[in-house]
Design a protein around this ligand. Sequence first.
Ligand SMILES: Nc1ncnc2c1ncn2[C@@H]1O[C@H](COP(=O)(O)OP(=O)(O)OP(=O)(O)O)[C@@H](O)[C@H]1O
Length: 303
Amino acid sequence: MSHLKEDVEEPTEQNRIKRPPTLPYYVPTPVKPFGPPVVTVRNVGKAYNIRGRDDTVVALKNISLDENSEFYSIHQGEFIMIRGPSGGGKTTMLNILGTIDKPTSGQVYLFDRKIDSESTDSELAQLRLESIGFVFQTFNLLATLSAFENVELPMTILGKLTKKQRRKRTLDLLKSVGLQDRIMHLPSELSGGEQQRVTIARALSNTPSLLLLDEPTGDLDTSNTIQIMDLIMEINLQGTTCIMVTHNPDLECYADRIFYLQDGTIKKQIINTRQTKLNEVKYSKYLNLKDELLQREQEEETE
Ligand SMILES: Nc1ncnc2c1ncn2[C@@H]1O[C@H](COP(=O)(O)OP(=O)(O)OP(=O)(O)O)[C@@H](O)[C@H]1O
């Protein structure tokens, strides 16, 4: 089954278009083609044992993302968002897709490689280093290394480039995220938005096929949130598959497809026929207006 954009133009009840890209704070982006499936999930479950107690927490129940089913596989170049209530299993799912965690049952196929409870830690570590980039809410930069050294490190560990090639790629990456003037800064000398840019540059250092992002804008203000989302979308439009967890419903417009996870299962998915960006000025106005209305409502209630 093909899942090119044209195939999903007609919304069904299940795959309805969440929002047409016509609201004033949306900026449409070019329609892009998708490649073959790169992430397939079959009957994945995850149960955590509670230390010191004869008890388990079931975080994921029988999740499948499979061609020919409603929740089809993730295709190369897709931008996926995972949303849902706290404790629903979003981070657990992202960690399993990123091989940071292994499923208790079922299998994940990443670029045709099978990952299950039998996969070895060293095999998964190599797969992560070569093919997967990670961006977290809390930046996770090494505090004693400069922006340059943080970005260069994964390339040094992988050992495929010469020192000269690494240096050029590091500078190119820092330039691509707009940090050419902050190369020697330590993380503590950078703003939150700048630190997240370094994290994104570092995540891209080994040219990953898959970029996983867990609340990448959770600690950022509106302006930085939009700048970081625009940057992630640019990376996605160049062909990198992105899977992002977020609590912010206003960011859904950046995604091609959104999964809603609750109680460890996918409750529904939404397909956007077209990705859109947020226009910072108009979106900020909309947020201010929303705040004003909320404040007025509260004042009226207390009168
Ligand atoms: N290491 C762990 N040990 C035990 N239970 C865990 C562990 N990690 C997660 N859980 C439990 O698994 C369930 C899913 O957690 P998860 O972090 O995936 O949810 P989430 O949707 O990402 O939540 P949030 O939005 O609050 O970050 C929760 O009930 C959580 O308490």
